[in-house]
Design a protein around this ligand. Structure first.
Ligand code: ATP
Length: 153
């Protein structure tokens, strides 16, 4: 049966490379995008959010922040503005970023541009915190012997 290969690259590094993948769900600009093997060629903008990679019944989660996604010949290439594997997310850093953004937003007299920057920083931190939280939840579930590792939301 056909499989996918997946590559996620940022300006800094190769964040993720995997082959024999069964399914990918990525945050497309127009909503969640599910990609199975033999998908039609595609080139699209990405939003920010969780990306899930399913391989052999195991699921991996990543945070991706904008960029482009291309599907061609069962190969998915993502050029992201920023991306992290779930296990790479520094929760304390994300929490600090969230608090900073929160206080910038509530400070009076902010220019619109500054408000938008704070809002964007807030959204990035929320994505990171949500993915870390889900990962911890899944780990706890596995440790207690219950549930499948695929329990997404
Ligand atoms: P911060 O204010 O903490 O830098 P940010 O949202 O402004 O957060 P980005 O501009 O999205 O950060 O990313 C800058 C670089 O830092 C990227 O390489 C990104 O992968 C990395 N990064 C940002 N926050 C985290 C985090 N909480 N854990 C791991 N890597 C992070």
């Amino acid at each position: 049966m056909a499989k996918l290969s997946v590559e996620i690259i940022t300006g800094e590094r190769v964040v993720y490379e995997e082959s024999d993948v069964d399914m990918v769900v990525a945050p497309g600009a127009d909503g969640a995008l599910g990609i199975l093997p033999s998908h039609a060629p595609l080139f699209t903008l990405m939003s920010l959010g969780e990306m899930r990679v399913v391989k052999g019944g195991e699921e991996q989660s990543l945070a991706v922040f904008g960029g482009f996604l291309e599907v061609s010949n069962d190969h998915i290439r993502i050029l992201a503005d920023a991306a992290e594997r779930a296990e790479e997310i520094d929760v304390d850093r994300a929490e600090e970023a969230r608090e900073r953004a929160e206080s910038r937003k509530t400070e009076g007299g902010q220019a619109t541009e500054e408000m938008m920057r704070a809002e964007a920083a807030m959204r990035r931190s929320m994505v990171r915190l949500q993915i870390s939280r889900r990962r911890r939840g899944r780990q706890q579930q596995q440790q207690s012997g219950g549930g499948s590792p695929q329990g997404g939301s």
